[in-house]
Structures are given as C-alpha cells and as structure tokens.
Ligand binder design. Structure first.
Ligand code: MN
Ligand code: MN
Length: 459
C-alpha cells in the first residue's frame, strides 16, 4: 500500500512535461478568476479544438454523429461539453465534472458610499471564507455590469501591473486590544468587509464629493452610472497572478484553485480525446460554493436538458433514452481535498489524509457527522477505476477530509448520483483551502489530468 511519491516516477524529460502543463494551468488561473471568465476561456479553447455551439446545431437542424463535438453554456456561467462516442448515448456517458465558482467578496446592489472623506464599496461574501483573511490585501474587481440599453460592460480592474488595486483595511495592533480578544469568527465581521476605492473630493461639491468623483471615473472608464450597480455582478478577488511556490518550484500558490485545479485538467483531458468509444462529457458548473443552487448550479436541469438536446440531434429521440443515458453513466466529480499540513496535523488522521505529490485524490465519501450528506461511492465502481488507473500508471491516493467529526464538506457528486449513475469524488489536494491564496502540488495537477484522460477513454 506504500504510495510512491509521483515526482519519483518522472525523469528529467517527464518532469519537464509536468512543469509545462502546470505553467499552462498557471496562466489560465491568472486570467480566469470568475465563473464567467472560465466559461469564456473554455469556449475559446473548445472552439479551437473543433467544438460547436449546441444551440447553433439545434437551430440549424443539424444531426450529430460519432466523433462530433458540441458545447452548451448557460448564462455564461456553467458549461457542458460533449464528444460523441461510437456507442449509442443510452449506454451511458463518461463524465468529468468540476465547479468554477470560488469564494470571494461580491459587491452589494447599492455598494458605493462615502464615509470619513473616503469612498467605499459594500460587499457580501460568497462561499465559506474566514473573513479575517480578506483584509489588508490588494484586491481586484472582476465582473459585468448589465445596462438597461441591453449592453453589458465587462470589468477587470487591478490585474494589469499598471492598474490600481483596491482593498479592505485592518486595525493596527496598537489599537487592536479589544479586537484581538474576540473569537476569530468575530475579529472581522461580514459588515466590516468594506472596500476602500477613493479619497480625492470632486471640486466645488458639498455633498459626498469623494463618492461623486469615483462616479465620474466609472462613467468615463466604463460608461456606467450608480444605478447600473443594481444590475451588476462584480466580484472582489485577490489581485495578481498565480505564482510558483517553493524553492524547487514544485507547487503553485494562487487564488481560486478550488476548484479550477480540477476544472482545468478536466476540460483539457476532454479536449485531448480522439474518437472515444462512449460519449465523453466535461461539466463545469457555477454556485457549488453556495449549495449548487440556481439556474447555473448543478441542481438546475440544464445538464439534463443538454443531454436531451444531444440525443435529439444524434438519434431518434425518446425520454427513456435520456433517462438511460444518465443512469448508465460513470462520473468523476472532481473537487479539491484537504492536503496534509504539518502545521495543523491535529485535524488530520494520517492514514486517511491526502498528501502533496501522491497524485489524484479519491474520496469514497465526504459529508460530516457520520457521512451525512455524502455520496458514498460504490465499491465495485472504485475497483473498475483502480484497474484502469493502475494499467495507465496514474498516481492516486484515497483520503477523507480530516478526522471523523472534525468538520466536513460537500460537492456536486450527490446531485449527479440522483440519476442512479456511478459517481465518486476525486480531485487535487490543496493547502489553505478557501483562503485568498491556496497551494497545490504541480505533479498532482498533472496526475489529475492523466487520471481524467484515462477515465474518459477507458472506463
Ligand atoms: Mn470550496
Ligand atoms: Mn470545491
């Protein structure tokens, strides 16, 4: 059972391949910090690999045949990609899925105000964050502002080295006595996460002159007004690029590894496939961090609808075929796992922890308090996966998210399992999960890619 460190499997040439793959991921991650940005990039890459928009295929009344590739995006925030296989769809699909939303600070609908001669943005945090980690950091603003004239303005502020950044202040230790005595949950509270955005007053203006000047800048730079914030989705995220981490450059530190470190290798694995036997699918979804709800979350019917459209374009349609296609499918639900951390060994059980360098991590079950809420993967299914990964010499490990009763978490696995398909949680181990900067091992990213590719081809 001794799991060899995956780095030791690779000679110099092999390590070069590992580093090159993670460099492509690093650039993807530096550019794609929101679900919308991820979907846009995936569409661009998919088109270059020969994928067509399913909506256009449907509109033009085209038929789909084995080897054809289509994608279906919903509201620009979730996407399903299909590479049609030789076998009929009702025999089931091989699906890799991950989420592309990450914890962050969303601007409120009425965000801008002035206080103490400073212009500020109100925020509402998204997902499970330790709020005290989000202060005293350079933040960037990403998102869209939809205007009543039907146009949408894209905003990326704080990423170009010439751009200004914004941020949230913290209290100086000299005046922090009361603060430091508080419980960590209360050290910085949700309503304290206000972003400082400006301090120069507009000339000859009595009321809120600093705010008014910021509004002038917004008008000039983005052609948006204060009212337009009501129909905006603006996300404050840590500014700057993903970076190599460690003296040996073996890791990457970045915002948003959860869960793009699974999303990126998942879709790259699909794009690299040639003539699959079964139809292969990559599913990249929004809203996992807040319970997979809403039209673009995994609980939405959009994927089921997309499968129905694909079957309708590929063969004689029946609802029974859609149900069979879903129930006969196999899925890797990919999400990050907690990596063993020598600074915090107490929350881990060493025999069932994920370790950096040991490859793709499988979680038979997640959940908390007696596996509650978990998709408990089927033993026979795990055996099949073990066989194909062993044959392809993919490094993998099995783990739980921390000690029994220490906490827990959920993923999208249980939602797909509702169709009666085989699903298991898999993914890449992460340190500092949900912190503004998370850390992963480069060889684990590469083993995830190889694992997903093997799964799609062989299972
Ligand atoms: Mn998460
Ligand atoms: Mn996640």
């Amino acid at each position: 059972m001794e799991r060899k460190n995956a780095w030791l499997k690779y000679d110099e040439e092999g390590r070069k391949t590992v580093f090159e793959f993670s460099e492509r991921y690093r650039r993807f991650l530096s550019r794609c910090k929101t679900e919308r940005e991820c979907v846009s990039q995936v569409i661009e890459d998919a088109k270059a690999a020969g994928y067509e928009d399913l909506n256009e295929v449907v509109a033009q009344g085209k038929t789909l045949k084995p080897g054809d590739k289509v994608y279906c995006a919903i509201m620009g925030k979730s996407i399903a990609l299909f590479h049609l296989g030789e076998r009929p769809l009702e025999e089931g699909m091989n699906i890799v899925g991950a989420h592309i939303d990450s914890p962050r600070l969303d601007l409120k609908q009425n965000p801008l105000y002035e206080d103490g001669n400073l212009a500020m943005f109100e925020t509402h945090y998204y997902g499970g964050v330790k709020k005290y980690q989000w202060v005293a950091l350079p933040l960037a603003l990403h998102g869209v502002v939809a205007k009543t004239d039907g146009t949408t303005v894209s905003v990326v502020l704080g990423e170009d080295p010439g751009d200004p950044v914004i941020g949230i202040s913290d209290l100086l230790p000299h005046l922090g006595r009361t603060q430091m005595a508080k419980n960590a949950e209360k050290v910085v509270e949700g309503e304290d996460l206000n972003i400082l955005v400006g301090s120069i007053p507009l000339e000859d203006e009595e009321k809120e002159p600093v705010k008014k000047r910021i509004l002038e800048i917004l008008k000039e730079k983005y052609q948006i007004s204060e009212e337009d914030f009501q129909s905006a989705e603006l996300e404050a995220v840590p500014a700057g690029e993903a970076r190599d981490y460690g003296l040996d450059r073996s890791m990457l530190i970045a915002y948003g590894h959860d869960d793009r470190v699974c999303a990126y290798p998942s879709y790259q694995a699909l794009l690299s496939l040639e003539a699959p036997r079964k139809t292969c699918v990559c599913l990249l979804v929004d809203k996992e961090e807040i319970g997979s709800v809403g039209a673009t979350g995994m609980q939405s019917r959009f994927f089921e609808n997309a499968v129905a459209e694909v079957i309708n374009c590929a063969e004689e349609y029946s609802e029974l075929k859609v149900r069979r296609a879903l129930q006969n499918s196999c899925m890797l639900s990919s999400d990050v796992s907690a990596a063993f951390d020598p600074n915090y060994p107490d929350v881990m059980e060493k025999n069932n922890s994920a370790y950096f360098g040991k490859g793709l991590t499988f979680n038979k079950y997640t959940g908390s308090r007696g596996k509650s809420g978990s998709n408990d993967a089927n033993a026979e299914y795990i055996a099949r996966i073990r066989r194909v990964l062993d044959d392809a010499d993919v490094s993998y490990q099995t783990a739980e998210l921390g000690k029994v009763d220490q906490g827990g978490g959920g993923t999208i696995a249980y939602i797909l399992a509702n169709y009666g398909m085989e699903v298991i949680d898999s993914g890449v181990a992460v340190q500092n999960m949900h912190a503004p900067y998370e850390v992963v091992s480069k060889v684990d990213i590469y083993e995830a890619y190889r694992g997903y590719e093997t799964f799609l081809r062989e299972i």
